[in-house]
Design a protein around this ligand. Structure first.
Ligand code: AR6
Length: 365
């Protein structure tokens, strides 16, 4: 099951369990702990008093009371002391122990705040790394939907170096492709329409991103006159010969997205589960794709599989094209994905952290 990063107040999450970044007394405090106790009501503190506290890195469970979740898992993160006092291992244990407890209570979904990254002072980018590592390791052998809940933009940070590298790459590659009058056209040209319909930042293919020339103007005038004139009667022979030609073409149709995906999984000697987990894709969605050779995935899903298969850029583009998409130079999302592929970094969770930091949609999930 996938990991999602979402911006929200954790007390509003409708999941089976939310995790509280508590202190060892379990009797409440500030930050997310305070917010959870306030929203859950006094009964929560009463149950917490019966638990006998909790050691750093461990986890205990209570009911959810007035919250929309069934359970609250209380874990105690380490106080940051410079990194040399076993902080990473302790923080890792917070996630691992909370996840184990959630499974023991049959939870199918769980939401975490970024433990220790507030009052306890753990550097935010490192706290996020530990969270993602611990959760993705756990998901290799277990099935549960995990949400990493980020309260506000300030509390989410990826490494400064990565941010500046990506910014540089975007600067070098981003093309605000279309002159304004062209972008404002009511309908994209047909060649552009076959690509990503979700893209709003610019026109997705090279043909359409070329400068608007006099030839284009002539062609547009011609298209307009064709559209406005009466249709010519079409002969039966003409239709038949075209149908035959089309039938011929359809016999030679390329393999579909799903066929390519399954072929690649076999060629790489992966199991289905290894692939969909690496793609941060839900098992049910994978089964749908497996069962339907004409399955049309979303762009995020198609890219997620290209990443899981560690395809080089050209092959990744080929796979995307089979789903009807392209990587464009006028979409930040596309450029960030391309950056990671070019760097040979196929860790989907790191890619998602970067996409989240740049306010883009995430892959998989
Ligand atoms: N929803 C989601 N995330 C939140 C929320 C919220 N409502 N409120 C804060 N955060 P912290 P810690 C984020 O300080 O560092 C308490 O007093 C926040 O932005 O709550 O583990 C306990 O009793 C930050 O990213 O927890 C302990 O004494 C993250 O949650 C101590 O604080 C964790 O910040 C624990 O400190």
């Amino acid at each position: 099951m996938p990991i999602s990063i979402v911006r929200n107040d954790i007390t509003k999450m409708k999941v089976d369990a939310i995790v509280n970044a508590a202190n060892s007394s379990l009797l409440g405090g500030g930050g997310v702990d305070g917010a959870i106790h306030r929203a859950a009501g006094k009964e929560l503190a009463a149950e917490c008093r019966t638990l006998g506290g909790c050691k750093t890195g461990e986890a205990k469970i209570t009911g959810g009371y007035k919250l929309p979740c069934k359970y609250i898992i209380h874990t105690v993160g380490p106080v940051w002391q410079g990194g040399g006092k076993g902080e990473r291992d302790l923080l890792y244990s917070c996630y691992a122990n909370s996840l184990r407890l959630a499974l023991k209570y049959d939870c199918e979904s769980i939401a975490f705040p970024l433990i220790s990254s507030g009052i306890y002072g753990y550097p935010k980018d490192q706290a996020l790394r530990v969270a993602m590592d611990a959760v993705s390791d756990f998901l290799c052998d277990n099935e549960i939907s995990v949400y990493i809940v980020v309260f506000d933009k300030k509390s989410f940070q990826i490494s400064e170096r990565l941010v500046s590298d990506i910014e540089q790459y975007i600067d070098d590659n981003y093309i605000d492709a279309l002159p304004k009058y062209r972008r404002d056209r009511p309908f994209p040209r047909p060649s552009a329409m076959m690509y990503d319909m979700q893209m709003t930042e610019g026109c997705p293919d090279e043909e359409a991103s070329a400068p608007y020339t006099e030839d284009d103007a002539e062609m547009d005038a011609c298209e307009a006159s064709v559209m406005s004139s009466e249709p010519e009667p079409v002969s039966v022979n003409f239709i038949c010969s075209n149908v035959n030609e089309l039938t011929g073409l359809l016999h030679n149709i390329d393999e579909s997205f799903s066929q390519m995906l399954l072929r690649k999984i076999d060629e790489l000697g992966m199991t289905d589960a290894q692939c969909y987990k690496k793609a941060n894709i839900d098992r049910k969605l994978f089964s749908k794709i497996r069962g339907d050779i004409n399955y049309k995935p979303s762009k995020q899903t198609a890219i997620a599989f290209a990443i899981a298969l560690e395809l080089p850029l050209e092959e990744a583009k080929d796979m995307l094209a089979k789903a009807g998409f392209a990587l464009s130079r006028s979409s930040k999302f596309d450029i960030i994905v391309e950056y990671f592929i070019r760097m040979g970094n196929y860790n989907i969770f790191e890619i998602n952290e970067a996409l989240f930091a740049f306010d883009q949609n995430l892959l998989g999930a």
